[in-house]
Design a protein around this ligand. Structure first.
Ligand code: SAH
Length: 692
């Protein structure tokens, strides 16, 4: 079987479909999987174990045999817990073949082969009967099928089916119930992930304000969940307008309905403000009494004793369809609509004349019609709304633009062409290379230009850089070439170096005295100790007394599947870390010249100047726009005493996890980490190697 994997090519800015061997998919999935994170989630594991023990006891007290159905067994962990707790037999269902194979090995290694039958099927394919996968229906249903949104991984249809076909009526369920909580908040920061705020530009002839067209203003945005580590959101970045409210709950021990429905609660704002965002999280009760609870509540809600870091379950940010001014004490209804896999929210003012105004209850799932939410993802909205950043670009543009400038901007969904026009460039064109094949943003831009009286002022060239013709430029040469640079196909920070390739492709169209903005870029690197992120790539050994090393080995194999280990993108504002070395510039890229034929390599060493565990290196790009004006997509600030880092909140940084994480504690004199970094100009990829 052949697998085709989509991969952005940083030298062309476009997606390419590469043929991979059949192992590829699964190695990717295992290497980047959440299994390690789940196995490190002590709070989760302990509570599942308690809940499973209690359920087995209840069944035994009734004098019944305990027959367990574990849907999505993964490593087999929950089935092994059940078997240890005295269950008579467990059916462990796992759809993902490599995991089902691993579960068989792990179950065997832990001596449970006679009690646990691993079935490599989707639960809806499982059969019951004398010749079936299961001899009889189970009376204990154990699952862990939840994502941050609770239902996004298909828990509801899976439960619905299991109650119909796989478990007995009145079965015990672990978890017993899940409850979803919400809190209404006002937050300019989070709202800036959905809306484009007006952009103010101080031009020669007065202030210009770029406003989004009404289609964008009124668009409900995207249905996809926005899940974040809400515990990293400082309380100064939002203001709570309501108490925490129970939105809905699901009892897993009874038949579950997955069909679309809605839930409604009454709210009274605790203060007046602008309702913009619904923050949401859930908890699961492992037993009917509610004594064993695992909660995702954020820091301002839960007791510190319940703090457990995890990345496989976080919190959700929902954007209301529109901002709604609310008054303290007024009566509001918050409605949660859901389908089988996702949830969305709307807010209604209670009317005096009717108890429930059902007409506007069931709003359809948010669909972006304005196209801006397809062009810009949430972090990108945040970046475009970052006024400090915009100011840097304005300052730099002002330095380089002249009234006779012929300007070409190469970046996806960029506002730079508008800024260049406002700042007086005579002719402005733009290219959005990696958006060409995916989606034609023409209509959106026309709406933008119309809303700002910019029709015919900025020309969108719908060609790739290598196909640029003099006629696209009205037979003029480009005197100012600009880019943020930003491309939607970029996964790792250096993929935006596609700007350099595009610049090379349009070389013949550049005036001899062309100004390129940014004129150069640099790659920076720093060794860090993560507060928590290390868990996702760290071996587990034993989990609640069960040997899961098979899983560790499997992850290690998958990580080593590619010849050189790869860096992975993470938004580090969500993952606190401490710098152990000074940040170091490791490579520079000169955009005033074309991409060279030969690779750019560097070798060196960094001194570990602070005590700590070296979990890995963080790498990011900085763009040098003009003399003294640079923007960083990584480190923004470093507090020197403690080494706490502040990261660009709109960008993902590259994280390279060292393979010997545990051994890297630095106790005495400055140790050095040596590195070798190579930018392959043919592929646009950066390979690296570190030695501790
Ligand atoms: N139970 C394990 C793993 C949980 S991860 C633990 O708690 O540590 C969830 C697993 O369920 C994944 O491995 C996924 O492949 C599997 N899965 C999800 N839905 C499933 C279904 N309907 N049938 C079978 N497996 C499923």
């Amino acid at each position: 079987m052949k697998t085709f994997c989509g991969r952005a090519n940083p030298t062309t800015g476009s997606m390419e479909w590469l043929e991979e061997g059949e192992d590829y998919d699964y190695h990717q999935e295992i290497a980047r999987s959440r299994y390690a994170d789940m196995l490190h989630d002590k709070d989760r594991n302990v509570k599942y174990y308690q809940g499973i023990r209690a359920a087995v006891s209840r069944v035994k007290e009734r004098g019944e045999k305990a027959i367990v159905l574990d849907i999505g067994t993964g490593t087999g962990l929950l089935s092994m817990m059940a078997a240890s707790a005295g269950a008579d037999f467990c059916y462990a269902i796992e759809v993902f073949k490599p995991m089902a194979n691993a579960a068989v090995k792990i179950v065997q290694k832990n001596g449970f082969s006679d009690k646990i039958k691993v079935i490599n099927k989707h639960s809806t394919e499982v059969t019951v009967g004398p010749d079936g996968d299961m001899q009889c229906r189970a009376n204990i249903l154990v699952t862990e099928l939840f994502d941050t949104e609770l239902i996004g991984e298909g828990a509801l249809p899976t439960y619905e089916h299991a109650h119909k076909y796989l478990v007995q009526e009145g079965c015990e369920a672990v978890p017993h119930r899940a409850t979803v909580y919400v809190q209404l908040v006002e937050s300019t920061r989070m709202w800036s992930w959905k809306k484009l705020f007006p952009v103010h530009v101080e031009a020669e002839d007065g202030e210009k304000i770029l406003v989004p067209p009404s289609e964008v203003e009124n668009c409900p945005g995207l249905p996809s969940v926005c899940d974040i580590q809400l515990n990293q959101m400082p309380s100064s970045d939002f203001s709570t307008l309501s108490d925490v409210v129970k939105m809905f709950s699901v009892d897993f021990s009874k038949p579950v309905q997955s069909a679309s429905t809605y839930y409604r609660v009454q709210l009274e704002p605790v203060k007046s403000g602008k309702a913009q965002i619904v923050l949401s999280w859930w908890d699961i009760d492992m037993d009917p009494s509610g004594m064993i609870t695992c909660t995702m509540a954020p820091y301002w809600v839960k007791p510190t004793s319940a703090l457990q870091w995890r990345d496989h379950w976080m919190q959700c940010v929902y954007f209301l369809p529109r901002e709604e001014p609310v008054l303290q004490g007024e009566k509001l209804y918050l409605t949660a609509c859901r389908d089988e896999y996702s949830v969305w929210y709307s807010l209604q003012k209670a009317r005096a004349d009717e108890e429930e105004n059902k007409a506007d209850v069931c709003v359809e799932s948010p669909v972006c019609r304005c196209r801006a939410h397809l062009l810009w993802n949430r972090p990108r909205f945040g970046e475009l709304n970052d006024q400090n950043r915009t100011r840097q670009y304005i300052k730099a543009l002002r330095k380089v633009l002249k009234t006779d400038s012929v300007c070409l901007c190469i970046s996806d969904g960029s506002l730079l062409p508008v800024l260049a026009h406002y700042l007086g460039a005579k002719q402005v064109q733009c290219m959005q290379p990696s958006r060409i094949d995916l989606y034609h943003p023409h209509e959106l831009w026309q709406a933008f230009f119309k809303a700002n009286n910019l029709e015919d002022k900025i020309k969108i060239i719908e060609a790739r850089p290598e196909l640029l013709k003099p006629s696209h430029l009205e037979d003029k040469k480009i005197s100012v070439l600009v880019g943020e640079p930003f491309f939607t196909t970029s996964l790792l920070p250096w993929h935006n170096l596609y700007f350099w390739y595009a610049r090379t492709a349009v070389s013949t169209h550049l005036a001899s005295n062309v100004t390129v903005l940014p004129h150069s870029a640099s790659l920076h690197m720093m060794v860090v100790e993560f507060q928590d992120l290390w868990r996702i790539r760290s071996p587990c050994g034993t989990c609640e007394g069960f040997d899961v090393q098979t899983m560790d080995d499997m992850i290690k194999d998958s990580l080593n599947f590619r010849e050189s280990k790869e860096a992975e993108p993470h938004p580090l504002w969500e993952y606190p870390c401490k710098s152990l070395s000074e940040p170091q510039e490791v490579l520079t890229f000169d955009f005033t010249k074309t991409v060279p034929q030969q690779c750019l390599s560097t070798e060196g060493s960094v001194k570990l100047s602070r005590k700590g565990k070296s979990h890995g290196a963080v790498l990011w790009m900085e763009y040098h726009l003009a003399a003294d004006i640079s923007v960083s997509t990584g480190l923004m600030q470093l507090s020197n005493e403690k080494g706490n880092c502040e990261w660009n909140p709109h960008c993902k940084q590259a994280v390279y996890f060292f393979s010997s994480v545990i051994e890297s504690e630095i106790l005495s004199d400055p140790t050095a980490v040596t590195y070798a970094i190579n930018f392959d100009t043919k592929t646009g990829e950066i390979a690296m190697d570190f030695k501790l």
